[in-house]
Design a protein around this ligand. Structure first.
Ligand code: ATP
Length: 616
């Protein structure tokens, strides 16, 4: 006991070596603990990006510190440095299963490997659940393998005790249980069992079901259908017991899912082997983790220089993020649910021509409804009063929305990850390769804990949100004398002047649009022209042309009204969905009763037939 190692809780006791992984809230480094002369892993979490308060984070860290199980990655220590939290843990030289698969087993692992990895993971879950903790982010990216092939569950800082009903869920949509998505009831450790089932499919196929889709579509798909169990042609080689085990985890009703303890007894896990097997069949001959990280970063850098179509680029970027295990899909469930209710599977607005879409087109977001083959990403279209309308667009269209209307232009630009602002695309291949070399060199240098003092770039899902205001300063040299206000919940500010000038030009645009609408009405239906004229002249909007301020107010009122209508529609949809659900369950009950009656009658009939046969 006396020789128990104490890991220091000061940043200067550690030296960061190479970056070995990247998560949504920070990067993971191989590091050396100087006083102990021991290699460790340190995850540096950017507290500014975290939605959690410091109290919440320290509580989670304390809970994790108390966890002690051979299959759970141990928390050695934590330290604060500037606005970053360092989480010290054992260095798992093999990296995560996701990382191993993406680099070396793109089509997934063979069954004995899957059984071995899953069994060890399940032991960790069984332990956590026994401690009344649930993990909430079970996925291949959080299953880590050490140099000897031992498997441990990481990402434990997402754990929470008991049942949970929270607005923000740290998990990732592909792995997220339907009850968590619906968030109707308190969910509990059974959500981990669902994620475990999804992870089993992920290890078998090399990717999670629906991983090709953006979060919103994943949500829809999971709520609509259970991810397909391995039954297809390519799954022929999987054993019946594997398929059965997965199916047991992916039952929509959490009550019917087995506990980790029960699942461990499933026959599938009899095929699990030792850690040596993992070493020989998975790790042997693999390059060090940081080399893979460099290659992965290089691929991303090369993408920037590559001239691809936006769609190809977007897909590749998305795949790259997934390959590195990056997810930034910690989101407001209520917000997503609301948006879910507003979309059809392949279209954003439930009703063409509904109020919200009309409102957006009034705002000048003209092509929002244009057809798209895949469900595009969500973006928050910021409107001047700070309210946000969520819309979908492909990256290219996003830029179109963000720029011409200028709420964000310059002051806060949404630049798709891996792609530069079109104006700044580096066409010089030499320069592009130089930046690639820079990356390599940066990877070779010791990484400093000090944050760069340069332009702050925030990663937001697939996008970089930058505070680079070069264009803004050029366009509005007088900006500094104006106050600023926040346009989103990310804390960035936009000077009022920028918004006012842009609002005025957009109001002029709207006036022109009204004029055009009036002309159209006159030409199509001359009888309606005078009433349309009246309507228009009543509107403070038209009267206020030239006095931009009134128009802003009028727009803001209108916008409030429309948002209110959208919210009302949303709540009606939710009520209707609930009603539908209860009707469905009633239907099932009735069917069961009918079946029971039918069976009884059948039995009675057979009994009578047999009795009469005997009589004869
Ligand atoms: N202890 C460790 N030893 C070695 N590599 C690690 C360790 N922890 C994480 N990694 C590597 O870093 C990657 C990112 O880890 P991280 O915990 O940040 O992932 P994440 O769960 O996707 O992120 P987040 O929890 O922020 O959403 C992992 O996929 C893994 O390859």
């Amino acid at each position: 006991m006396g020789d128990k190692k104490i890991y220091p809780d000061e940043a200067n006791a550690y030296k960061l070596l190479e970056e070995v992984g990247e998560g949504s809230h920070g990067s993971v480094y191989r590091a050396i603990c100087l006083p102990l002369n021991e290699i460790v892993a340190i995850k540096i979490l950017d507290l500014d990006k975290s939605r959690r308060s410091w109290d919440e984070i320290s509580l989670k860290a304390e809970t994790w510190r108390q966890m002690n199980h051979p299959n759970v990655v141990k928390l050695y220590s934590c330290f604060l440095s500037d606005r970053a939290l360092g989480v010290v843990m054992p260095f798992m030289a093999g990296g995560s299963c996701l990382h191993i698969m993406k680099a070396h087993f793109p089509d997934g692992f063979e069954e004995p490997v899957i059984a071995t990895i899953l069994k060890e993971t399940l032991k960790a879950l069984e332990y956590l659940h026994r401690q009344r903790q649930f993990h909430r982010d079970v996925k291949a990216g959080n299953i880590l393998v050490d140099a000897d092939g031992r498997v441990r569950l990481g990402g434990v800082y997402g754990t929470s005790g008991g049942t949970q009903s929270t607005k923000f869920y740290p998990g990732t949509p592909c792995w997220m249980a339907p009850e968590v998505m619906q968030n109707v009831h308190d969910y509990d450790f059974k959500a981990d069992i669902w994620s475990f089932g999804i992870t089993a499919l992920e290890l078998a196929h090399g990717h999670a079901p629906f991983s090709q889709y953006p979060p919103l579509k994943v949500l829809l798909k999971t709520l609509q259908n259970v991810p397909s169990c391995p039954n297809g042609e390519q799954d022929k080689h999987f054993s019946k017991s594997f398929k059965e085990m997965v199916a047991m985890c992916l039952v929509k009703d959490p009550i019917k899912r087995p506990t980790a303890e029960k699942l461990l007894k499933h026959s599938f896990f009899k095929s699990a082997r030792s850690s040596d097997y993992i070493f020989q069949h998975v790790l042997d001959g693999l390059p060090p983790l940081w080399e893979c990280m460099k290659v992965s970063k290089l691929t991303e850098a090369a993408l920037v220089a590559d001239k691809r179509t936006p769609l190809e680029e977007q897909e590749e970027r998305s795949q790259n993020e997934y390959k590195r295990g990056v997810n930034n899909w910690s989101f407001d469930i209520e917000d997503l649910k609301m948006q879910c209710a507003l979309i059809k599977d392949d279209g954003f607005f439930a009703e063409r021509g509904d109020n919200l879409s009309k409102q957006l087109s009034v705002l000048g977001v003209k092509d929002l409804e244009s057809s798209s083959n895949s469900l595009p990403d969500l973006v928050n279209v910021c409107v001047p009063n700070g309210l946000r309308l969520s819309a979908k667009k492909s990256d290219a269209q996003l830029l179109e929305i963000a720029r011409p209307h200028n709420f964000l232009n310059g002051a806060k630009s949404l630049i798709p990850l891996g792609r530069k602002d079109p104006k700044h695309i580096d066409k010089d291949p030499l320069r592009a390769s130089r930046s690639t070399n820079d990356l390599l060199q940066a990877g070779n240098k010791d990484v400093s804990l000090e944050k760069s003092k340069g332009t702050f770039v925030q990663r937001k899902g697939r996008f970089h949100v930058t505070s680079d205001n070069v264009e803004l300063v050029e366009a509005f040299p007088h900006l500094e004398s104006y106050p600023s206000f926040s346009v989103s919940d990310h804390g960035a500010t936009v000077p009022v002047a920028a918004v006012m000038t842009q609002m005025q030009s957009f109001l002029h645009q709207t006036a022109i649009q009204q004029e055009m609408a009036l002309n159209l009405i006159t030409s199509i239906c001359p009888g309606e022209a005078s009433s349309a004229q009246q309507l228009l002249s009543k509107s403070s909007f038209r009267n206020a042309v030239g006095t931009g301020l009134y128009m802003v107010e009028s727009n803001v009122d209108r916008e409030h009204e429309l948002l209110q209508q959208a919210a009302e529609l949303q709540s009606r949809i939710v009520i209707l969905m609930d009603e539908l659900q209860s009707l469905k369950s009633r239907n099932i009950q009735l069917e069961r009763q009918l079946n029971a009656i039918y069976n009884e009658e059948e039995e009675e009939r057979i009994r009578r037939e047999e009795a009469s046969k005997e009589e004869y």
